[in-house]
Write a protein that binds this ligand. Structure first.
Ligand code: AMP
Length: 187
């Protein structure tokens, strides 16, 4: 199963991706986690990315495509993967298409987690208290939501236009949401 999980910041992509990884025995690829690991390791890429991320903006498409390409060559990906945080704009969706075609691993499903904006702000505020993410400040959250609306929402339309998109209600108990996603990708 090769799956993309789409949704605004705070929609629960990371939480559900972690569950699906266990359930389906596939790799969880979170580009946000990969970037945070680069920052933690103090790499040059991490230094470049940090300022952009802390402001709630998108890191460059070239950097992301390079990261994705090298991640997709790792052995655990052979059983399938769930992508969480990529693609963030239509250019990334097109670039990934080319990459997946090249390696002969096209997507099986794209799932959009729908959550109302008021709830997103509440959830991110809760997470900020627990995890202290540098980009969970009120200004950065506002910017991330703006970037989502401007750049990532068109990705949903991109997949909807191809008929590969399933929309799932992202509000409710975690088990329920997981069951909805599983039903959507089996359907
Ligand atoms: P996330 O953990 O998915 O919310 O990502 C945190 C931050 O990492 C985002 O706000 C972006 O700054 C950056 N990031 C993660 N994935 C991407 C991507 N596909 N393209 C550009 N920037 C990204």
């Amino acid at each position: 199963m090769r799956l993309v999980l789409l949704g605004p910041p705070g929609s629960g992509k990371g939480t559900q991706a972690t569950r699906l990884k266990e359930k389906l025995g596939i790799a969880h690829i979170s580009t946000g986690d990969m970037l945070r690991a680069e920052i933690a390791a103090g790499t040059e890429l991490g230094k470049q990315a940090k300022t952009v991320m802390d402001a709630g903006n998108l890191v460059s498409d070239d950097i992301l495509l390079g990261m994705l390409e090298s991640r997709l060559t790792q052995a655990d990906v052979a059983k399938g993967f769930i992508l969480d945080g990529y693609p963030r704009n239509v250019a990334q969706a097109n670039a990934m298409d080319g990459l997946l075609a090249k390696i002969g691993q096209p997507l099986d499903a794209v799932v959009q987690l729908d959550v109302a904006t008021e709830l997103l702000v509440e959830r991110i505020a809760g997470r900020a208290k627990e995890q202290g993410r540098a980009d969970d400040t009120p200004e950065a959250v506002r910017q991330r939501l703006q970037v989502y609306n401007d750049q990532t929402a068109p990705v949903v339309d991109f997949y909807a236009g191809r008929g590969t998109l399933a929309r799932v209600d992202g509000v409710g108990e975690l088990d329920e949401i997981e069951a909805r996603i599983l039903a959507a990708i089996k359907g």
